[in-house]
Design a protein around this ligand. Structure first.
Ligand code: F6P
Length: 192
């Protein structure tokens, strides 16, 4: 069967202080996850050759650094562009742009940040990546919360409206194994 692995980057300095977007580096705890992920995937890699796909952002590249496999950094895997809200906390967003905050809350799937993106926009830019993944296997995708919600939602046949609320925790490897057209999901939580 075809196997795909998905993970968010390890905890970043921005995750620690609750800021969205940006291009922060991993926190100390995030680095521990990167090491645990590498240990796990390098064992898997002795049985089947892996390929690693990251975004272009520092935090996913740092998370993947210890995995011994060819790596590709894809722009299409970059996190949701929050436009004018990049680098803010949700509290700051609510204070500075109360109307935007309310609109996003009303329709999180379709809401597009000014000068930024919506979940629907992510789905559109992910399309070629998703088709490539359907034909490939033993790929490790190191991504971001919103992008992984879209990818996992796609493979697990989630409803579009559920995508923005899917639970994709940090420091957890999501393993998808295909049986025909269906995927079985396994969550492997790393103790860091
Ligand atoms: O907070 C981490 C993060 O990846 C942000 O960069 C991004 O804007 C956000 O999550 C997406 O999650 P939500 O759509 O729930 O705001």
């Amino acid at each position: 069967p075809q196997t795909l692995y998905f993970t968010r980057h390890g905890e970043s300095e921005y995750n620690v202080i609750g800021r969205i977007g940006g291009d922060a580096s991993l926190s100390a705890r995030g680095q521990l996850y990167a090491a645990a992920l590498a240990d796990h995937m390098n064992v898997v890699g002795t049985r089947q050759p892996l390929t690693v796909w990251t975004s272009e952002l520092r935090r996913t590249k740092q998370t993947a650094a210890g995995i011994h496999a060819p790596k590709r950094a894809l722009r299409a895997l970059n996190e949701l562009d929050a436009g004018i809200c990049e680098g803010l906390t949700y509290e700051e967003m609510q204070e500075r742009f109360p109307q935007e905050f309310a609109w996003r809350d009303q329709d999180k799937l379709r809401y597009r940040y000014p000068w930024g993106e919506s979940y629907i926009d992510i789905m559109t830019r992910l399309r070629p990546v998703l088709s490539a993944l359907e034909d490939d296997h033993n790929v490790v995708v190191v991504g971001h919360q919103a992008v992984l919600r879209c990818m996992l939602g796609y493979f697990l046949d989630a409803k579009l409206d559920e995508l923005p609320y899917m639970n994709v925790p940090l420091h957890t490897i999501v393993k998808l194994t295909s049986y025909g057209y269906k995927y079985k999901m396994e969550m492997i939580k790393m103790p860091v």
